[in-house]
Design a protein. Sequence first.
Lengths: 546, 159
Amino acid sequence: MAKIIMDGQEYEVSDGISVVQAAAEVGVTIPHYCYHPSLGAPANCRMCLIELTPPGAPGPIRQLTTACTTRVGDGMEISNSAPRVKQARATTLQFLLAHHPLDCPTCDEAGECFLQDYAYEFGHDRSVYQEIKNVPPRKSLGPTVDLFTTRCIVCTRCVRFTEEISGGAEIGLMHRGVHDEIDVAPDKPLDNKLSGNVVDICPVGALVSKDFLYRSRPWFLTKKPSVCNRCSKGCNIHVESREGEVARLRPRYHADVNDFWMCDDGRFGYEYVNSPDRLRLPALRKDGELIPAGWRELLETAAEKIQALGGEQTAVITSAWMTNEELYAVKRLAEEGVGTERIGLFEGPVEDEDEVFPKFVIERDKNPNRAGAELIFGDGLKTAAEALDGAKAAVFFGGIPGAPLDDALMDRLTALEYLLTVDILPSALTEAADAAAPGTAFTEKEGCFTNSAKRVQRLSKALPNLGNALAEWQFAAYLANALGANIEYESAAQITDDLASTVAAFHGAVDEAIDWRGFCLEEKTDGGEAEETAPENWAYASRFWR
Amino acid sequence: MAFEFTPERLAQFHELLTHYPEEHARAAMLPTLHLAQEQNGYLSQDVQAYVAGLLGVSEAQVLDVVTFYPMFFDAPVGKHIVRVCKTLSCDLCGCREIIEHIKERLEVDFDETTEDGSVTLLSSECLAACDQAPVMMINDDLHGRLTLERVDELMDALE
Ligand code: SF4
Ligand code: SF4
Ligand code: FES
Ligand code: FES
């Protein structure tokens, strides 16, 4: 730790970190644009100027210093508020805004724009600039991102992202001086799986997401912390929704999982959640058609069928897209309700290899909770096809968009005498069902996924259930009880606790212990307290990451 | 045919690389681009892609450099490049008259090439020879203390 003095007050901060981060640690904002803790610092925007007195020096050094490239040390003195600091920032803003079109009313970034915020806090309300403004046209940089060229302040964060994190270096800074312009080379668009991140790091409204553009003013969005469900990495995200629909997904900082980033598979892979085809009502097949029915009717007929065909002959198929809590409830359904050892795992694709970028990896396993399923069910877990082989009935929890059913699985499903599905969208699976229950998408779930590194991470319920849909854990408990079991859960959190006390691998992972940084099963079960990774970045993220 | 260095230039390029740390081939960008422009006259997309490949950088990183420096051309130019300084010292010493004269003589404006493809006329910021103002550069040679007569002489000498 280092003792520093900022604006006359003494603080203790982590030694050797940038002054921007140190200030963030103690809750002070030093405005900045080009600096980002996960990218190299070129100090080109000049917004972060401070007055610096090095340890032991008789007074402040004559020139103002960039806080982004200055590392704190014991005894350092900083002024974040001297008149000349304020003056410098106001002047810098005037330069940054000289060619800016001031088109905030139609800008996607308005409301979460650092140009607006800092101009409001540190800027002037008028400009001495009276020349003609440069008006380079808006352009497409690739399939996912557009550039409103006029709004760019040339901080080069996007350039550095493609050089350092995604590695393709597709974005460059073309031309010179006042004609500076962010662009890609001809026929070489920004087209990689991390492209969406450049929109997040752009501190202004220059880079915009084609997917989100003009969809909503950001202040109308409801933002809930959650976890991506598109691979076993489990990137931390925010689900931002409006009027019952997902409007966008954005990465949430996590030092040990995804840094500030997420991939485009995850970012743009939510459309199915908003699909108008989503299943909303329980339905029973009558004369070949699925006809909406009540829950009671569905549960009673299901219990009758299963009892008639025999619990042991009934397969329970669970899915690697379900939360720990859902999986555990399904386990109890299989054991206490149905009474079967035919328990199989339905899963999404697994690629041959991880997709590796210089500083990010997209994992090959496209299932968010395989680790959870394997830990909860243990060795008894079969593949879906194995569990269904020779079965007469099945309760099939799907929930994977596009229902990846291969021929072997399809054959076994059609051979069943009774099939009950719990799913979110119509598919070949629900086509084959005798009874179809509507379930929940990940944005509607409460509970946790366990990622490939055995970190239990929490989802939040960002959206209400659709129609009459029941949470899968609830449905599993109801069905088990219809079959004579006695499972009483009132919330997903109760299951989290139950799971922690009954399954050894989850020991300690009680609801209370799982914060928004997750709970690492491997570290904590062997008693070791993990050291916090990059504490200064957490402070930075909570202050500056939107 | 995609652009490639001639064997001599390729050898020159490899020699160039030895001046820079191995893991920083990108540092050889400027001399490599000069070499390519020498061969091709200007740096077409094709040439830029070739240089990017040689140095192991992206095409955007090459375009970034090419568009930064006024000495690189990304479109065809005339056989001769004439750059006339129009910054303060030269302005004080009468470059405007000289510029008008050259434009009239060549029947082109700045950033244009004569119809016969022989000369491209460019304006320039301070050529760092203020003591000889007004100045211009013809290809790689600097010419100072210009008068209209001297300009005509120099122009006559260009085929
Ligand atoms: S587009 Fe955005 S991130 Fe890129 S240089 Fe401009 S302001 Fe910075
Ligand atoms: S890497 Fe995996 S978890 Fe992260 S955003 Fe992409 S799909 Fe989602
Ligand atoms: S943030 Fe320090 S100069 Fe840009
Ligand atoms: S102003 Fe023309 S050479 Fe300096």
